[in-house]
Ligand binder design. Structure first.
Ligand code: ADP
Ligand code: MG
Length: 292
């Protein structure tokens, strides 16, 4: 495209809150045929809330929440913040934590009151040979409601679980519908479990999901699609998404997300609204048409 048509296109896009980092990105975006979208904070509002608490028989709920909150206070994960907020509201006192460790894609652990506390996914708990069989059906019910379930063990014994719910952005369903009408392949990619991911995907009309993806596996998933000849746009907001944003043909960061995502992406969508994905593609089409 000519410098003039790129300037005009970038200007019009900027008015819609779509910031192309360079002219070449405005020229390339129209080629996209596959859109991979992160779940939390991108399709959803990313403001999870603590909704359910369950403890095993003989366990005090307040003690359980005190241990859980103390550990999660050390984590920067959005789920951790939701849990800490929910627990603080109940005026439960936190304790000191030693040997805190984050296990990306799985959870966190540490020592509270000389007891080892492990918090996270079922896979993580199982890695410590802790039996959570008694809560499988409860877990499945919560997950099919679109909630994320976080399990906890204290001193090698399963102690209880909490569930956290995030809401879908009001605009997401319509935005996905537009992309489908444009014949785009739309895929949701998340580190969250399969059942929760399915429940959220169903709410916005997405049928293809890649769930339980570890942070370091996200780029491999993009490369796999590219290996099949796809021109892939990745849309995300988190630190976890940055490598995938870099590898994708076009990386789109949500303006309400982390700085790292915006620094890495080719396009920043200032409004959190996913309608900007279709708008960016249309802008690119128009710019390229103007030059012919
Ligand atoms: P996402 O792709 O949604 O950002 P992550 O890879 O960060 O997901 O995390 C995947 C899963 O690991 C979460 O859904 C959660 O079950 C678990 N997890 C990660 N961090 C924590 C934490 N601080 N506390 C509890 N669970 C966690
Ligand atoms: Mg996210």
């Amino acid at each position: 495209a000519t410098p003039t048509s790129i300037m005009a296109g970038s200007g019009r896009a900027a008015e819609l809150g779509i910031l192309f980092k360079g002219g070449e990105h405005l020229e390339q975006t129209y080629q996209i045929d596959t859109i991979v979208i992160d779940k939390t904070g991108t399709i959803t509002n990313g403001k999870p809330e603590l909704t359910d608490v369950f403890v095993v028989e003989g366990m005090s709920e307040r003690l359980f929440l005190s241990f859980l909150g103390s550990i999660e206070r050390k984590s920067e994960h959005p789920l951790a913040q939701a849990i800490v907020q929910g627990i603080s509201k109940r005026r439960i006192e936190m304790r000191d934590v030693r040997e805190f460790e984050a296990i990306p894609g799985y959870g966190v652990k540490g020592i509270v009151n000389q007891k080892e506390v492990v918090v996270g996914t079922r896979k993580l708990i199982e890695q410590y040979n802790i039996d959570s069989f008694a809560v499988v059906s409860l877990m499945e019910r919560l997950e099919s409601e679109g909630k994320t379930v976080i399990l906890a063990s204290i001193d090698g014994q399963f102690a209880g679980l909490v569930a956290v719910a995030d809401t879908v952005k009001e605009s997401s369903k319509k935005a996905i519908e537009r992309l489908h009408k444009m014949k785009m392949d739309v895929i949701m990619m998340t580190g969250d479990n399969e059942r929760t991911a399915q429940a959220i995907a169903r709410q916005v009309g997405i049928t293809r999901i890649i769930a339980e993806v570890l942070p370091e596996e996200k780029t491999a998933q993009i490369k796999k699609l590219q290996g099949m000849g796809k021109k892939v746009a990745m849309v995300g907001d988190g630190i976890n998404d940055a490598p995938a944003l870099a590898v994708a043909n076009i990386g789109m960061a949500i303006g309400t997300g982390t700085d790292v995502a915006m620094e890495t992406a080719d396009i920043t969508l200032i409004r959190g609204d996913l309608n900007s994905i279709a708008d960016a593609i249309i802008m690119s089409h128009k710019t390229m048409r103007n030059i012919k």
